[in-house]
Design a protein around this ligand. Structure first.
Ligand code: NDP
Length: 281
């Protein structure tokens, strides 16, 4: 049976095996997908071992996405290069490797296809310049919003990330700017929280004035930790959305890269939500 997995530390909480097994059932693919707990100092070795054990590829999650990009070197796709991080490895013949980042396209597909919200021509606020912010910025720009404002608790990181993406923004005609949280405008159409602020129990890292009435407010987190942000958004007249759809869509993109078949992400997202609510996933 073809073998894939997700490498991380910790990894026990990962829903990826559930998602990929369901994709496989629905597309008639024969594969096994495993959780691969990797020692913090052993990522490169673990990739080599997985390959030698017959693995055909893997996803990469916290904290190894940057190390995966460094390991892949010149074999990174353009979007992974821009992100400086990688979440999907495809092992190819004769030791070849293709390394990609599907997080950003996963978020864009969730917003546009699952939530049904148009990105083109809108005013977007992206909060967070860590690994997740870096992963989603390029694909968000490619979706051609009118403007994209990037902010972060540590403003220098937002400045650096925006500078790296300036050519992509220009190519797609997007007004890209980075600014401190205290310099944000009011009333964005789409607000994306790509920070880990919810982990500390905070509701939002930005003031409610950034939300226009009916704005889409996404937190990349899902599960109970996302709830304070979602409640905050709803309280201020926005439409809240958690990161579960992004999780399923980034997995669908990885699955399509490995297997050449696009699984029905919308169906699997609905099923996963139901299974989580019932405590069976
Ligand atoms: P990183 O550790 O790389 O970055 C953390 C980011 O959060 C930084 O921008 C940091 O700001 C900011 N931050 C942390 N705490 C606070 C706070 N209290 N207030 C304001 N900003 C804060 O993490 P990642 O970028 O990898 O992950 C961010 C989130 O995205 C995680 O919660 C993760 O679960 C989620 N995620 C979801 C995915 C999905 O498929 N749904 C995929 C990938 C990530 P500073 O630079 O100032 O430290």
């Amino acid at each position: 049976m073809d073998r894939y997995g997700v490498m991380g530390n910790p990894v026990a909480h990962s829903r990826s095996p559930w998602i990929h097994h369901r994709f496989a059932q629905l597309t008639g693919q024969d594969l096994r997908y495993e959780r691969l707990l990797v020692p913090l100092d052993g990522f490169a070795r673990a990739v080599q071992d997985w390959r030698e054990q017959g693995g055909l590829g893997c996803n990469v999650t916290v904290p190894f996405k940057f190390e995966a990009a460094a390991l892949a070197g010149a074999q990174l796709t353009e979007r992974a290069q821009l992100a400086g991080a990688c979440n999907t490895l495809c092992f190819e013949a004769e030791g070849g490797l293709r390394a990609d980042n599907t997080d950003g396209i996963g978020l864009v597909r969730d917003i546009t296809l699952q939530a049904g919200v148009v990105l083109a021509g809108r005013r977007v606020l992206l909060v967070g310049a860590g690994g997740a912010g870096a992963g989603v910025l390029g694909p968000l720009l490619q979706a051609q919003p009118a403007s994209l404002t990037l902010t972060n608790r540590s403003p220098a990181k937002a400045d650096a990330l925006a500078a790296r993406h300036a050519p992509v923004a220009r190519r797609h005609g997007v007004l890209l700017r980075a600014c401190g949280i205290d310099a944000l405008d009011r009333g964005y159409d789409i607000v994306i929280n790509a920070t880990a602020s919810s982990l500390g129990g905070a509701d939002s890292p930005v003031p409610a004035s950034v939300l226009r009435e009916g704005a889409l407010a996404c937190d990349l987190m899902y599960g109970p930790s996302a709830q304070p942000f979602l409640d905050w958004a709803a309280r201020h007249g926005a439409v809240p959305r958690d990161g579960l759809g992004m999780l399923v869509e980034q997995a669908a993109e990885s699955f399509a890269l490995w297997r050449g078949v696009r699984p029905p992400a919308g169906q699997v997202l609905r099923e996963l939500r139901a299974a989580l609510a019932a405590g069976t996933a």
